[in-house]
Design a protein around this ligand. Structure first.
Ligand code: SF4
Ligand code: SF4
Length: 479
């Protein structure tokens, strides 16, 4: 006789209602009274028959069949015979479809931020290297060749400080546009900059070419200048402010976002966000610094502090949502969109899948933060991907290969976490980031609670957030 069990889940309450998050599928359902008797069980290991299930459904007998089928279809109930989605993947045959190429147009930087990871990965020796036109054009061709049938590709300018090589960026933009037109695909550009070299000319260029800008800025002057200084020790906040204000005043270009590195302590997070939004940034995202240096790394206590700030900001976010306004707290937006889209992640991010980074010599790395790290080098733009290395990496990094993550209820969202973080903190690219498991679970749980409240109190708002991130409208998730 066929037996069933409740799918692995997390039950949560929000806005006076009960919801269930299904861990394997990354889906969320509101539980009505008819199904609470069966789903509201602490243990998902218990097996039962269809007859047992019928006894726990609170609905008229004639509706039980349909309701039971619905629970099976939605995978809230699954067969008790092992994991239904055990997949066999031939990693050597996995395709490569390149969508985003991050170009390190220079290794040089005019700042000397104290916590900068860039010093960790073998950059010191080539700190002044610039990408040549030959490497850059070859990288563009490589992107076009390997994007296969994608209709849209992205080039991100990164460094060092990429605006130190603005002449090359100009050439790349022209060349890449020409190549994209020939291939009849769309191309987008983005840049991550420290903001020190923004002036009218640069801002005009960014706007004319619709280049998305991310500014690395750590907050208001006192916080920003703790670590983000020039090599001679001079503070940088005052130096970036005039250009930054001009950039942010220009509403013709794409919205400008801020990336905040949280280092040493996690004080002032709400004040930092308010400051950045009041300057004119559309959003700001916070990332704890990745370093093994204890003087910058956030302690467990500081990480908890960070989470309590995130909780406060989430309340502000909900207040804005109730007025149908947007509050640019990137971390929460991303958390909510992942939940809303129900994307089941086998890998934590696009690194090594659709995204690669190119160093000044043309070597291909898994991502921008791993550029220069030998163990993440996957070939070069002249001779192509090292397919064996890449397939080995993809196999090792696959979530099902991370034994420590097998029973984790956020595994299809976290997927073991950032490879760069894993390398620095856990000693290997494909190691699960066990040092922040509890934090990430608490953060997803907070996201679930906000999700439930928004779903009930601001219908349609979650959909808008998803569309803001470029997703198509979805069907309603609730049963
Ligand atoms: S790293 Fe930790 S939180 Fe992430 S999937 Fe693995 S066990 Fe879960
Ligand atoms: S590996 Fe880490 S730093 Fe690199 S793209 Fe992924 S999440 Fe970002």
């Amino acid at each position: 006789m066929e037996t069933y069990k409740i799918a692995e889940n997390k039950i949560f309450h929000a806005a006076g209602r009960d919801f269930i998050f299904l861990a394997e599928d990354n889906t969320i359902f509101e539980m009505d009274d008819r199904i609470k008797g069966i789903l509201k069980k602490p243990c998902h290991a218990e097996e039962f028959t269809q007859e047992d299930a019928f006894a726990k459904l609170s609905c008229p007998p004639e509706e039980k069949n349909e309701l039971f089928d619905e629970l099976i279809r939605s995978r809230a109930l699954v067969s008790s015979k092992g994991k239904s989605d055990a997949r066999r993947i031939d990693f050597e045959k996995m395709s490569i479809q390149l969508k985003t190429l991050v170009l390190h147009v220079t290794d040089a930087c005019n700042l000397g931020c104290r916590y900068c990871y860039y010093g960790d990965a073998g950059h010191a020796a080539s700190a002044k290297a610039k990408m040549s036109r030959k490497v850059a054009f070859r990288a563009v061709d490589f992107l076009m060749e390997n994007s296969v049938d994608l209709k849209e590709v992205v080039i991100v300018f990164f460094g060092g400080e990429p605006l130190l090589n603005l002449d090359l960026i100009r050439l790349i933009v022209d060349y890449a546009r020409k190549k994209a037109t020939e291939k009849e695909i769309r191309i987008d550009f983005a840049i991550t900059t420290n903001g020190t070299l923004l002036n009218d000319k640069v801002i005009g260029f960014l706007r004319e070419n619709n280049i998305g800008v991310t500014i690395s800025i750590d907050g208001f002057e006192k916080v920003h200048d703790r670590f983000r200084r020039f090599p001679n020790g001079a503070p940088s906040y005052g130096a970036i402010l005039p250009g930054l204000k001009k950039l942010l005043a220009d509403k013709e270009g794409k919205p400008v976002v801020a990336r905040v590195t949280v280092a040493g302590e996690s004080k002032y997070i709400p004040e930092i966000l308010d400051h950045l939004l009041s300057l004119g940034f559309s959003e700001a995202g916070f990332a704890p610094v990745t370093t093994s240096d204890l003087s910058y790394q956030l302690s467990l206590g500081e990480m908890e502090h960070l989470l309590s700030h995130f909780k406060m900001l989430s309340e502000t976010f909900i207040d804005h949502a109730k007025r149908d306004e947007f509050y640019g707290f990137t971390n929460l937006v991303d958390n909510l969109v992942v939940l809303h889209e129900g994307e089941r992640k086998d890998y934590p991010c696009g690194a090594g899948l659709g995204l690669f980074s190119v160093d000044t010599k043309g070597h291909l790395y898994l991502c921008q933060r791993l550029t220069g790290e030998a163990s993440s080098c996957m070939g070069d733009v002249f001779s192509g991907f090292d397919r064996l290395l890449l397939s080995r990496f993809r196999q090792q990094a696959f979530i099902s290969e991370k034994k420590a993550c097998t029973e984790c209820w956020v595994r299809k969202i976290c997927a073991g976490g950032c490879y760069h973080e894993a390398l620095v903190r856990e000693g290997g690219l494909a190691e699960p980031n066990m040092h922040y498991c509890q934090w990430i679970k608490d953060w997803v749980e907070l996201g679930l609670s906000v999700y439930g409240r928004l779903a009930v109190e601001c219908p349609g708002y979650l959909e808008k957030l998803s569309m803001l991130r470029g997703h198509e409208p979805l069907m309603n998730h609730s049963i």
